[in-house]
Design a protein around this ligand. Sequence first.
Ligand code: ZN
Length: 230
Amino acid sequence: MNKLLNSLGHLIFPNLCVCCDAYLTFQEEAICDLCYFRLPRFENYLNPENSLAKKFWGRLQVEYASAYLQFNSHSDVRKILHEIKYKGNRNLGIEMGKALGKAMLKIPQLNSADSIIPIPLHPKREIERGYNQSNLIAQGMSEVMGKHVYADSIVRKKYNSTQTSKKRYERFINSNEIFQVVKPQMLQNKHVILIDDVITTGATIEACGNILLGVEGLKLSVVSLAAAIS
Ligand SMILES: [Zn+2]
């Protein structure tokens, strides 16, 4: 019955592809198959010395760093990230998290990690938005990779109101003033994968990652849905 209602709903209110506005079939979720296959994959993501890993050399001690999609300000990847972050498209966040997880399963170093930690939002920001987009991606990834998501093991203490000031703001402030590990005993001697929706400068990951590395015996990997090639 539910399936029938769902099908009727599809006929009355057809879902459109977030990238090209084409009508979606019953099997397609948020993105049509054609747009999905055309999404630019992050180059050399299976190579330990990919450009994202190199971005952190000398800045952050990581076991492995990788991304699924290549971020480019004019591509469909930008539309997808925008839908997840600002348009409340939670289902797309989870679905893209699953796709990311499937890709990351091919990397033995990530496959053997213990748990997943989404980059936290400041609680005030999370209430405004209603969710943390990195947590949606982490949930999808967790379903595919079979790893625990420890979303409340680290908190964001500083609230910055504008996106434009963010990079400067985080560059000049001490990481300790932005992030705090609240359950260090849960993370001791664990290999954790830190998740973000998109990595551009890497400043936020660097700040959060360095705080996590303060936990005894913790090993850190970094994964994002999309990343800019530097
Ligand atoms: Zn499409």
